[in-house]
Design a protein around this ligand. Structure first.
Ligand SMILES: Cc1cc2nc3c(=O)[nH]c(=O)nc-3n(C[C@H](O)[C@H](O)[C@H](O)COP(=O)(O)OP(=O)(O)OC[C@H]3O[C@@H](n4cnc5c(N)ncnc54)[C@H](O)[C@@H]3O)c2cc1C
Length: 394
């Protein structure tokens, strides 16, 4: 094709990630001619690394309550019309082995590549054209959309923006979708990294950095939202599923609260053993990782035989163990975040079709939209569901 020839298509999708590919398949099934532009050299790069390489492709317990958005109701319609079962049916059609790891999280048994191959095969069956290493440089709209791209000009009736969020720039993340929304006067809500490790202030890091690698079951909460899962000490602060989850809710400068002993009542345990000569450190080692106990005793409570603490002091220890309040310095940023919170304001979009209310024919799907899932397969379920919704209409 000459670079000057304008290529016409019914549906042009920017971004060959989870949402863009699913949307292409659905639009293709309706007989629409579909072209996807992807600036990476391959499709689905985030799918490839997701779930530790095994892609947690959905969560069987998905409900709208698993999503953050300025409009909590927005995701309901799309999620109801494309369920985890729908995606599982696709996975089963290709005989991809999978399992539930925990809490409804479905993972591939072998590799995330299985999901990418599935999507590619479905695209091929619907004659979806995928142009790799192709970026849009300029977009204008009159009666249709006109795109200048690195592979020449395109014209389409519908334009679907599936460019994802800002996390992991090394995998191709760009702010293209947000810029385009603004170009069409569509509101974009403030973006920030979500599902992201938290960092300690220097005064805390001094004590806790030696704990890198220590992991334990906890309840982590912030202003009424709580997650029971593991936390993991890192060289910079805290990570692990419970921390990633709460990172999406916490606010800068305010403390998160960690219950280090969710299955015990530390006050009762300590008071019952008040007369013992065993040291606090030795006693707590029965309930918590030894390295953590050592640091807690060194930093906060000294280490004496239990019978040398007053009841009041033991209550303070118990209070700490159940309500360790820590104000993170910040996060490890988009380089380590799994998702971007915020994005294209859902008030600007139809919840049924994902079409921009102001600009007929323009659709936003997946992570670029201000709808962000919890950890555990919910973000892919949103990508599939929003891609499916747009694919029925684009
Ligand atoms: C390390 C990691 C692990 C994760 N694991 C999971 C998991 O197991 N389960 C889960 O549910 N979620 C997981 N997520 C989140 C999930 O990957 C995303 O929410 C999901 O991929 C979003 O899909 P999307 O199609 O909207 O965007 P993306 O998958 O990010 O796709 C966007 C595509 O658009 C392309 N693009 C961007 N800008 C342009 C441009 N200007 N021109 C052309 N192409 C462009 C990008 O290269 C990319 O291919 C994980 C995220 C990360 C970072």
């Amino acid at each position: 094709m000459s670079k000057e020839t304008t290529r016409k298509t019914d549906v042009l999708i920017v971004g060959a990630g989870a949402a863009g590919l699913l949307c292409a398949i659905e639009a293709g099934k309706r007989g629409r001619s579909v072209v996807i532009l992807e600036h990476n050299a391959g499709i689905g790069k985030k799918i490839r690394i997701s779930g530790g390489g095994r892609c947690n492709f959905t969560n069987i317990h998905t409900t709208p309550s698993h999503f953050l958005s300025q409009n909590a109701h927005f995701a309901k319609s799309a999620l109801a019309r494309y369920t985890p079962q729908d995606f599982c049916d696709l996975v089963k059609k290709y005989k991809i082995p999978f399992h539930e790891k925990k809490l409804g999280q479905l993972f591939c048994d072998k590799s995330a590549q299985d999901i990418i191959d599935l999507l590619k095969k479905e695209c091929d069956q619907c004659n979806v054209a995928i142009l790799l290493e192709t970026s849009a440089t300029n977009i204008i709209k009159n009666e249709s959309f006109h795109l200048s791209t690195t592979q020449g000009p395109f014209q389409s009736q519908s334009l679907v923006i599936a460019t994802g969020g800002l996390s992991i720039p090394t995998l191709g993340a760009t702010d293209f979708g947000y810029k385009l929304a603004r170009q069409f006067n569509i509101k974009v809500n403030l973006c920030r990294p979500g599902l992201v490790p938290l960092t300690f202030h220097d005064k805390d890091l001094r004590f806790f950095k030696d704990l890198a690698g220590v992991s334990l079951d906890t309840i982590v909460s912030f202003e009424g939202t709580a997650f029971r899962e593991n936390i993991l000490f890192t060289h910079k602060g805290l990570s692990g599923p419970a921390i990633l989850q709460i990172s999406s809710y916490r606010q800068p400068g305010k403390p998160i609260c960690i219950n280090l002993l969710p299955d015990n009542n530390a006050a009762i345990l300590l008071e019952a053993n008040h007369s013992q000569k065993t040291t606090l450190q030795n006693f707590l080692k029965n309930h918590l990782p030894a390295r953590l106990v050592e640091i807690i005793c060194r930093r906060f409570f000294k280490n004496r035989p239990l019978n040398q603490y007053s009841l009041q002091q033991l209550q303070e220890v118990a209070q700490f163990l159940h309500h360790w309040e820590i104000i993170p310095r910040g996060t490890e940023g988009y380089a380590k975040a799994e998702v971007t919170i915020g994005g294209v304001d859902t008030e600007e979009l139809s919840s049924k079709t994902m079409e921009a209310k102001k600009i007929p024919g323009l659709y936003f799907i997946g992570e670029v939209v201000d709808t962000t899932g919890h950890l555990g397969g919910f973000n892919f379920q949103w990508a599939w569901a929003s891609g499916h919704a747009a694919g029925q209409y684009a």
